[in-house]
Design a protein around this ligand. Sequence first.
Ligand code: GDP
Ligand code: MG
Length: 165
Amino acid sequence: MSKPTLAIVGRPNVGKSTIFNRIVGERLAIVEDKPGVTRDRLYGSGEWLNSVFNVIDTGGIEIGDEPLLEQMRAQAEIAIDEADVILFIVDGKDGVTHADEEVARFLQRSKKPVVLGVKKIDNYKQRDELYEFYSLGIGDPIGISGAHGLGIGDLLDAVIAHFSP
Ligand code: GDP
Ligand code: MG
């Protein structure tokens, strides 16, 4: 049986590569403070409980000098084509942005299972920032912190629940 695939999508600088590295357990992706710094196409392998799966960091896919929304649409299309489950990452510090809403609508139309991860929820005080993300219509937002590994287990539980047994 071939491995299922998880694709990570989201705006530049929300923390996709940080979460990719944590899932694959290696520093394969380059994490930078500047938006759009991850340049290489990134595939890895992840493991959680009894599931082994491929992971794609679509932020690493070179799309060219398109406007942000076009780049995100192209990355989301790749995720929809290649993945069994999509991990949509948003930034808890920025709140819901226009680009997030566009990507959410696009992913919804695909009918692929989407798990919504809210990055930069670094402590329990910041958990109130999760609620506005219900407006994206993707389901329960799961708060995660790259810095402390908070919430990663809950996130991966939600991901593997969508893989067929
Ligand atoms: P990408 O562009 O979506 O791949 O984002 P990166 O993973 O490269 O991260 C962008 C920046 O956000 C880096 O400076 C990271 O250190 C920072 N970052 C990533 N995850 C978190 C998080 O959970 N909390 C905080 N405070 N910063 C984070
Ligand atoms: Mg990146």
